[in-house]
Design a protein around this ligand. Structure first.
Ligand SMILES: Nc1nc2c(ncn2[C@@H]2O[C@H](COP(=O)(O)OP(=O)(O)OP(=O)(O)O)[C@@H](O)[C@H]2O)c(=O)[nH]1
Length: 301
């Protein structure tokens, strides 16, 4: 059978499980996952290659009503990502139900006219498959171009292999666009920044909001193979700085340690990580800061 290839965008409201699903598909941790909304700021190309085909996944930031300027950029990227996709995986959340935010997603998806696979995620919460199917039928009414629906649990992996098979089947015939061992087209620098930001969100819980940005100053591969990374964690308020530093530096040490462990695993080399905390008032309102600190540069070009 002919080899298939194409671009598939994941769309859905914040927190529906898009990053978790891309990570499942790719089998390695590339998109960051947290239980806070709007974790994913960039389009992340996760690339899956099988014998039958190659899929380039775009994990878009959740579509939502923008509350501030950064929010506006996020929606712009999410909507922009739809164009140029061969297929959309539109995700809805069994646990959260159908909300106004799903209607907003539907508006963008329906306007795009791109074929849709509807994915009902978090069915591990459903009491039985009948209830999950009923939910899928209700959700289908929102979207115009649904070809099929799937019931999955991205977290447990239920239904994910079948979904991947059907996605590849649905793609047009085409060549391998990337070598097999490439799992993401994102720069390592970007991944380093996202890993650090993930640890900040993970360890500081609700105290540090999404206003946190990470800026990578140095990303240098030394002759002995050690990767030297120097980065700033950027917060908006002076009061947030001591939270990130922690008592006697305990918090930033922990952030650095966990981030370093993930980086060493992903980059497969020893990492030396230096972290600093900077306060930049209202950086989210200033375009140049947004591009630097939210690592959005490539998406806005
Ligand atoms: N019970 C359950 N929880 C899940 C499942 N998939 C994802 N989650 C949880 O849902 C939350 C959000 O997951 P993410 O993958 O970060 O969601 P996202 O859609 O990428 O979120 P944004 O980047 O904010 O748009 C996390 O706490 C996940 O652990 C699932 O199949 N079942």
């Amino acid at each position: 059978m002919a080899f298939k290839s194409g671009v598939v965008s994941l769309v859905g409201k914040p927190n529906v499980g898009k990053s978790t699903l891309v990570n499942r598909f790719v089998g390695e941790k590339i998109a960051i996952v947290s239980d806070k909304v709007q974790t994913t700021r960039n389009r992340i190309g996760g690339i899956v290659t099988t014998e039958k085909g190659q899929v380039i996944f775009y994990d878009t930031p959740g579509i939502h009503k923008p509350l501030h300027k950064l929010g506006w950029y996020l929606v712009k990227i999410a909507v922009g990502a739809l164009n140029g996709s061969d297929l959309l995986l539109v995700m809805v959340d069994y646990e959260d139900g159908i909300k106004a935010s799903d209607h907003l997603v539907a508006r963008h998806v329906n306007a795009s006219k791109i074929p849709v696979f509807l994915v009902v995620n978090k069915i591990d919460i459903a009491p039985n498959s009948t209830r999950a199917t009923e939910f899928a039928v209700k959700a289908r009414e929102l979207f115009e171009n649904v070809e099929k629906h799937f019931l999955i649990s991205a977290e447990r992996g239920d239904g994910v292999t079948e979904l991947l098979d059907e996605i590849i089947e649905r793609l047009p015939e085409g060549p391998k666009l990337y070598p097999e061992d490439v799992i993401t087209d994102r720069s390592s620098r970007f991944m380093a920044a996202e890993i650090i930001r993930e640890k900040v969100l993970l360890l500081t819980k609700e105290e540090i909001p999404h206003s946190t940005g990470v800026y990578i100053h140095d990303f240098i591969e030394k002759e002995n193979g050690v990767l030297f990374i120097r980065a700033d964690i950027v917060v908006e308020r002076q009061s947030q700085k001591p939270i990130i530093i922690g008592k006697h530096g305990s918090m930033i040490k922990e952030i650095g340690m966990l981030a370093r462990q993930d980086m060493e695993y992903i980059f497969d080399t020893k990492v030396y990580l230096e972290l600093f905390v900077k306060v930049r008032k209202k950086w989210r309102e200033k375009d140049n800061f947004i591009q630097d600190f939210a690592n959005l540069k490539e998406d806005l070009e």
